[in-house]
Design a protein around this ligand. Structure first.
Ligand code: FAD
Length: 517
């Protein structure tokens, strides 16, 4: 990859990452791992895929990849490494679907556990008063959707993209357009089974081992490997009315978003995005959407303007279409969008939830999926969002970024504050996601260096203006930066680390704790 950020320890880019000749210590470690009696197996060669991720900028080659077939494969591997003590540098990274952005699921010369191998056991859907599904930590959300739909149920809270694992999203939060009502995915879990950094297998919930349960949720993989999760479900709709409307004025856009997330009977999904349309080229925001009034819509001229698109979804079943039309219409009547810019689409529930996969297939076909992704996700308090929008969309981002800019508020009163996730202090805050793709080898405005510099400028401005933002899916290189990120909650986080992973074996790619220190 041209323009790659080299591996932190070896200083090599991916094409230079070739397995080094084994040293005596390596041989000892390798033979120790080989003595384990496993249901699955270790791979010591051809592990380059485990040195990469979706971000496509960080690469660290592991010593071995474990393909576990059972929870005990994971626990005996971690236990063996724990018993080697702090003299050994060996670390362990659970790898979900490898959709991290900066090497968080990698382990330099350590063991990567390929969590998707664990998903062999059947998913168990339980209906009744409090429906739930028991799934493996390595299960993909798209598979959970298909399996639960067989009984007419589905999880309540999602991410925009479903080809991610349960363990991967629960280690952060799992935020999408349903989070204003149900909270993020970490709020919709009843129970976890976890392998700690000592190799113990522990079941935890809000009443059993709650310290570990809340620590692991949003815990960046620091306290244990999630091997099983019990996810809460609700009856699933068959269809979705998917609506997009446009604004030229940021105030009306954000006021409408805030109004919608505050009312009990609004849409089931509320998001939004920013279209920096200075080049005159409209993004593909309206592909597969039909204007309510095609005549008027064709007269709407957006060239050279910054537009704000509010995106909503109303779930429904085909037998109640009339009622849903009325409810949707009365909700839309309360909003202040440009009347000619009402766009609608009706799709199945699965098509709606799996929408980003369609874009993935298109980008893959053009060779544009496996490019560097210098993404930045920010959580910004509601009372500072206008300042942020003025500066960032008015001054700092002078070109449209090569990818969507999501922007929507969520309501923290619906979120559980006992998890490890760090959010701004205010009850309502915005998620702003700058999801850029870089053009490999470009030195221009679509190149990696340029985008990283632009991201840095946004962070520097936010710090200077003291906006009280927190990064989501954060990436820091030093413990000092992590301490600042956690603020007063760092003490509890560090205490949990010393209880559950005292040798700092787990998730070294987060660069929070160094083994043996
Ligand atoms: P990995 O990248 O494999 O792992 C992530 C981290 O979790 C690593 O530190 C790893 O060690 C740890 N980990 C993995 N599995 C486990 C486990 N079983 N137990 C403990 N720790 C584990 N996020 C949102 O919230 N909302 C979105 O809408 C959203 N959309 C996205 C769209 C795309 C296209 C992509 C690439 C990412 C998106 N994300 C979103 C971010 C995503 O949730 C995280 O990157 C997530 O970590 C990816 O899951 P994964 O299974 O690939 O995890």
């Amino acid at each position: 990859i041209m323009g790659c950020i080299p591996d932190r320890t070896t200083n090599l880019c991916s094409d230079q990452l070739i397995a080094k000749p084994a040293t005596p210590t390596h041989l000892n470690v390798t033979s120790s791992l080989e003595t384990l009696s496993l249901d699955g197996y270790f791979s010591f060669n051809n592990n380059n895929h485990a040195a990469k991720d979706f971000g496509n900028t960080y690469q660290s080659l592991p010593l071995a990849v474990l393909y576990p077939k059972s929870v005990s494969d994971i626990s005996s591997t971690v236990k063996l490494i724990f018993n080697m003590g702090s003299a050994s540098e060996l670390t362990v990274a659970a790898r979900g679907h490898g959709h991290s952005l900066q090497g968080q699921a990698q382990a330099h010369r350590g063991v990567v556990i390929n969590m998707e191998s664990l998903k062999g056991s059947q998913m168990q859907v339980h209906t009744g008063e409090r429906p739930y599904v028991d799934v493996s930590g390595g299960e993909l959300w798209i598979n959970i959707l298909h399996e639960t739909l067989k009984l007419g149920f589905a999880p309540k809270s999602w991410t925009d993209y479903l080809h991610l694992t349960v363990g991967g999203t629960l280690s952060y939060a799992g935020i999408s357009g349903q989070a204003f009502r149900h909270g993020p995915q970490i709020n919709n879990v009843y129970r976890l089974q976890v392998v700690t950094g000592k190799g113990e297998v522990i079941t935890c919930s809000k009443s059993k081992n709650p310290d570990l349960f809340y620590g692991v949720l949003g815990g960046l993989g620091q306290f244990g490997i999630i091997t099983q999760a019990r996810i809460s479900l609700e009856p699933a709709p068959k269809m979705v009315k998917w609506i997009r409307v446009l604004y030229l004025d940021f105030s009306s856009f954000s006021k409408d978003q805030e109004y919608l997330i505050a009312s009990e009977n609004s849409f089931e999904y509320i998001e939004g995005f920013v279209i920096l349309n200075r080049t005159g080229l409209l993004n593909n925001w309206r592909s597969s959407f039909n204007p309510k009034d095609p005549m008027q819509a064709s007269q709407f001229n957006s060239d050279g303007k910054t537009l704000y698109c509010l995106e909503m979804a109303k779930y429904f079943n085909p037998d109640v279409t009339n009622v849903i039309d009325q409810i949707t219409e009365s909700l839309l009547l309360k909003l202040h969008y440009i009347p000619s810019t009402l766009f609608m689409s009706e799709v199945s529930f699965v098509e709606f939830l799996d929408r980003v996969h369609l874009s993935e297939l298109k980008l893959r076909a053009k060779g544009l999926w496996e490019v560097p992704h210098p993404w930045m996700n920010l959580l910004i308090p509601k009372n500072r969002i206008h300042e942020f929008a003025d500066e960032v969309f008015g001054n700092i981002l002078t070109n449209n970024i090569n990818g969507p800019i999501l922007m929507y508020p969520v309501n923290k009163t619906k979120w559980n504050n006992n998890t490890s996730l760090v959010t701004p202090d205010e009850d309502v805050f915005y998620l702003v996601a700058l999801l850029s793709s870089a053009v490999p080898s470009s030195k221009g405005t679509d190149g990696l260096e340029y985008i990283l510099t632009q991201n840095k400028r946004i962070l520097e401005y936010s710090a200077r203006a003291d906006l009280g933002i927190k990064q989501y899916l954060p990436h820091y290189r030093t413990q000092g930066e992590w301490r600042a990120h956690f603020g007063p909650r760092w003490k509890a986080f560090a205490r949990r680390k010393s209880s559950y992973d005292p040798l700092a074996i787990l998730a070294p790619g987060q660069m929070m704790f160094k083994k043996g220190i």
